[in-house]
Structures are given as structure tokens and as C-alpha cells.
Design a binder for this molecule. Structure first.
Ligand code: ARG
Length: 227
């Protein structure tokens, strides 16, 4: 590359899906958010230049496995199944799967009420995996973006959306007539992921520990959550 900014620095390619506020989303044509900023701070610690590649969520793990990306940061939940495909860093944050319904829906108040209902999810996410397992594949509508599921709910095409709590809050704020149920569905741990055997994993774990200890991580979270 001939950019003077990154000259002489190793480049770290991060895979993400920038449809997931406040973790990664576009502000103009820049990808911002907790993951984007945290990854930048980690890259700085490692003396590397960060380059973010936006892609479909279900392309992220394949991109890491093939080496197209050096790692991924996308609010990715650690699961046993994914652990067979990639290595995970230490977890840096906790997420929850929540249920969004229409504000005037008194029918669905808890996870069990979703039996036989049409549930919208983002393709390939844990919301997709869990609801397919719990409520049957045929009841799950998969969208490329979480916000598209939320808009389908708003239009009455589906009965509920299952998605991570922070994006849920953003989407419900930005799309009228919806509410998040008080009952949470599943709690999960977010982590970065790497190609199996990558020597980056340990380095990133050290950087995570340092940036948590010195308050950098908390500052980033405060900037994006409840700010
Ligand atoms: N935590 C969920 C998962 O790992 C959803 C992550 C979606 N992330 C995104 N950037 N769209 O499946």
C-alpha cells in the first residue's frame, strides 16, 4: 500500500457485519461502534493498521477460516458449534437475546408464547439458531439484516423478532410501534474470533486485558451505550 499513514505497519483485516448498532454500524461511510473502536485500540497496541471489511454475517466465520480476514469482531457469540470452526478470544462483553413484538401485542409476553408464531431473525445469528431449535425451522423468517426483520414486524408480516438486546434497543427507538419484552431469552458471551491455531489470539487476549484494566474499554462502551 502507498498510504503514508500505514506505512511500515502490519495490516490487520477485521471481518464484520456493520448492521449491528451500537457494536458496528455506518456513520456516513465510516464503520463505527464498540467493536470497531475496541478493535482499533487493540490494533494500535499491536502496532498494526486496522482495515475493516463489511460482509454478510454468515460470511464472517468462513472469511476467518480461509484467512481472507485475520479476525472478526461482530458481537459474535461464543458457541460450542462455532468453537469447532474458529478460535475465540476471551469474552469482552455479555449480550442477551430479547424478544421484540408490536407495542399493542398482549398475546406474547414470554418465550413460551412464541410457540407456533412467525419469528424474524438475522440469518446465521444465534437468534436464528436458537429459535429454529426451539420453535421449528418453518416458523423462522430469516433476513440479511436485523433491521429488516424489525421492519417486517412493524409491517405485521411476522409476530416477533429475536435479536441481541443492544441492537434491539436501537431498532425499537428508530422504528415506531414496537416494544421489547421484559423477559430475556438467552444470555451469551461476545468474543473476537480467529482462524484455528492463529498466534494472534494470545496477543489480542493480552491487549483486551490491558485495555479493560486501564479503562479504555469502559470509555468506549460509555460512548455508545446509554450516552
Ligand atoms: N450475537 C449474535 C451472534 O453471534 C448476533 C451477532 C450479529 N452481529 C452482527 N454484526 N450482525 O450470532
Amino acid at each position: 500500500s502507498d498510504s503514508s499513514e500505514g506505512e511500515g505497519k502490519d495490516k490487520l483485516v477485521m471481518a464484520t457485519n456493520a448492521e449491528f448498532p451500537p457494536y458496528e454500524y455506518y456513520e456516513g461511510d465510516e464503520i463505527v461502534g464498540i467493536d470497531a473502536e475496541f478493535a482499533k485500540a487493540i490494533a494500535d497496541k499491536l502496532g498494526a493498521e486496522l482495515s475493516i471489511e463489511d460482509m454478510a454475517f454468515d460470511s464472517i466465520i468462513p472469511a476467518v477460516q480461509s484467512g481472507k480476514a485475520d479476525f472478526a469482531a461482530a458481537g459474535i457469540t461464543v458457541t460450542d458449534e462455532r468453537k469447532t470452526q474458529v478460535d475465540f478470544s476471551d469474552s469482552y462483553y455479555t449480550g442477551r437475546q430479547v424478544i421484540i413484538v408490536s407495542a399493542d401485542n398482549n398475546d406474547i409476553t414470554k418465550p413460551e408464547d412464541l410457540e407456533g408464531k412467525k419469528i424474524g431473525v438475522q440469518l446465521g445469528t444465534t437468534g436464528d439458531l436458537y429459535s429454529s431449535d426451539d420453535y421449528g425451522d418453518e416458523n423462522v423468517e430469516r433476513y440479511n439484516k436485523g433491521v429488516e426483520a424489525v421492519q417486517a414486524l412493524q409491517q405485521g408480516k411476522i409476530d416477533a423478532v429475536i435479536i441481541d438486546d443492544q441492537p434491539a434497543q436501537t431498532f425499537v427507538k428508530e422504528n415506531e410501534g414496537l416494544k421489547i419484552l421484559d423477559t430475556e431469552y438467552v444470555e451469551e458471551a461476545y468474543a473476537f474470533c480467529f482462524k484455528k491455531g492463529s498466534d494472534l489470539t494470545d496477543k489480542v487476549n493480552d491487549a483486551i486485558a490491558e485495555l479493560k484494566k486501564d479503562g479504555t474499554f469502559d470509555k468506549i462502551v460509555e460512548k455508545y451505550i446509554n450516552a
